[in-house]
Design a protein around this ligand. Structure first.
Ligand code: XMP
Length: 510
């Protein structure tokens, strides 16, 4: 399989670069510039290298650099933004920085003849985000594109197959960005486009069949997409040698635990242990109102319950985890800023002391995991369902968590989901749920005064969940939801709709 190395210098679009290359059916992996030696690069047999962008200035002595011997490996290189400037810097060009020459956003780029730009329009819009620029190109290079403000928007040394672009071909705002990447990966690096998810699924099954022969494997199955796909993959590879433990903390959506258990037992015949830990979680969460504290208690208790269960099982050597590629990168293994540390990358294993950990999906992005899930027979509606947070309904019940409040949250959420599906809204909203506010309000029912909970509806539309807008739900749908909730759910006499975007709000209330 041909591979492209995405050498990470800390840019915010690094994952996108790898995603785009994989969309061309060529495998790409992101490795921090400091985590791989030139010998290893050679040994791994990459057909091409992409230097990513990054927030630094190459003239800063502390900025991330790589040995210029990388250019002697004879592997084609494409530098993007910081990567482009780094090529210029390492090979003897001059990089300058002025506010006057900075460019942000969509900029018209004028391109010359180049194998990188073959078959695309010469003048087109590209996404720029830079203050530094290549002022003097290195010997042997020629300028292949410019903008009104930047005399070197692209450069190349065709003989050495080294290319640099100041703009970002990986973002969709760049017209023909994917064509530029395709020219590099397929025409210049001569990669065979044969990376396909079907190959991944069958080769992973074969790999684990051979690797885990007679070994017993344990998996914490949350019924989220990632752990569910690992369960199905390993079930195909090793069958009953896989034991899945589902810790039921009682904070899932209405009936979800039962529905998923039935699916996994009946359709997939998976070796599954369901641990009813509802009482333990309720006990630990008693009197707790602080959102962060709730999250921490749930995370910690999940591990405790799982470890206790694991101890009861004898002869298990291997722990399987549903880590996916963005988890690995976001946990700070790349050089992008650490966003959050996932406890499924580390944490758990050291405490349990398994001999081996396997992470079958650790090279895949979410949409790739979805494809594997579909291939393994997971139903479409499961694979594309809205995300659900790890701490579950606990972050949608404000204040203390009680059995009564969980029931209200579950029942109202079911009404909301059913109504969204009835009106075909489930495709236009990315995530929708109810929030049990901790507020009481006065109402009137059958001539009697009531003093009951006020419940909020939250629905957002978003591509990436980093930013989101509230969904424009038609009034008649809102009316039906409100009417059903106040009529059918005991303890709620008022429904409000949350009309805040993210930012300044977050999607979840806690
Ligand atoms: P926020 O509330 O941060 O949510 O705007 C963005 C997305 O992340 C989900 N979310 C979580 N997912 N564990 C998860 O697996 C969590 O602790 C968690 N908190 C929020 C949220 O549902 C939304 O999709």
């Amino acid at each position: 399989m041909d591979k492209i190395l995405v050498l990470d210098f800390g840019g915010q679009y690094n994952q996108l670069i790898a995603r785009r290359v994989r969309l061309l059916n060529v495998y790409a992996e992101i490795i921090n510039f400091d985590d791989i030696s030139l010998d290893k690069i050679k040994e791994n047999g990459y057909k091409g290298i992409i230097f990513t962008g990054g927030p630094n200035s190459v003239n800063d002595p502390l900025s991330p650099k790589i040995s210029k011997d990388i250019f002697k490996l004879g592997i084609p290189i494409l530098g993007i933004c910081y990567g482009h400037q780094l090529i210029g810097f390492l090979l003897g060009g001059k990089i300058k920085s002025t506010v006057k020459n900075s460019e942000y956003g969509k900029i018209m780029v004028y391109k010359n003849e180049s194998p990188l730009f073959a078959g695309i329009k010469k003048d087109s819009i590209c996404w720029m985000s830079h203050k530094d620029y290549v002022d003097t190109i290195p010997d042997g290079f020629m300028v292949t594109a410019k903008t009104d403000n930047c005399s070197c928007a692209a450069m190349e040394n065709e003989k050495l197959k080294i290319y640099g672009v100041q703009f970002h071909p990986e973002v969709t705002h760049t017209e023909f960005g994917i064509d530029i990447l395709k020219n590099f990966v397929i025409s210049i690096c001569k990669c065979e486009p044969n990376w396909k998810m079907e190959n991944f699924t069958t080769s992973s099954i074969d790999k684990y069949k051979a690797e885990l022969k007679n070994q017993k494997v344990l998996l914490a199955l949350s019924f989220g997409l990632d752990s569910s796909v690992v369960a199905l993959l390993l079930n195909k590879a090793i069958g009953k040698n896989l034991t899945c433990v589902f810790v039921d903390h009682g904070l899932l959506r209405k009936d979800e635990g039962d529905i998923m258990e039935k699916l996994f037992r009946d359709k997939f015949d998976i070796n599954l242990i369901r641990v009813d830990a509802r009482k333990i979680f309720l006990e630990k969460l008693k009197g707790v109102t602080n959102p962060e504290e709730k999250r921490k208690i749930i995370g910690k208790e999940f591990i405790n319950v799982f470890i206790n269960e694991a101890k009861k099982l004898n002869g298990i050597d291997v722990l399987a985890q549903g880590t996916i590629y963005p988890d690995v990168i976001e946990s700070g293994k790349g050089s992008s800023a650490t966003i959050k540390s996932h406890h499924n990358v580390g944490g758990l294993p050291e405490k349990i002391g398994f001999k081996k950990i396997i992470e079958p999906l650790s090279s895949l992005f979410k949409d790739e995991v979805r494809k594997v899930g579909l291939e393994l027979g997971l139903p479409n509606e499961f694979v594309y369902r809205q995300p659900f947070p790890g701490p579950g309904l606990a972050v949608r019940i404000i204040g203390e968590i009680t059995e009564e409040k969980i029931k209200i949250a579950q029942d109202s959420d079911k009404i909301l989901r059913d109504t969204f599906i009835k009106y075909g809204l489930e495709k236009s909203a990315s995530q929708y749920f109810t929030v049990l506010t901790n507020t009481y309000s006065v109402g009137v029912m059958g001539d009697k005064r009531t003093y009951e909970y006020c419940l909020a509806i939250r629905s957002v539309t978003t591509d990436d969940f980093m930013t989101a807008t509230w969904t424009k739900i038609p009034y008649e749908v809102l009316e039906e939801i409100s009417s059903r909730i106040t009529n059918e759910i005991k303890g709620v006499n008022r429904v409000v709709y949350d009309i805040t975007s993210k930012p300044p709000s977050t999607v979840e209330w806690e």
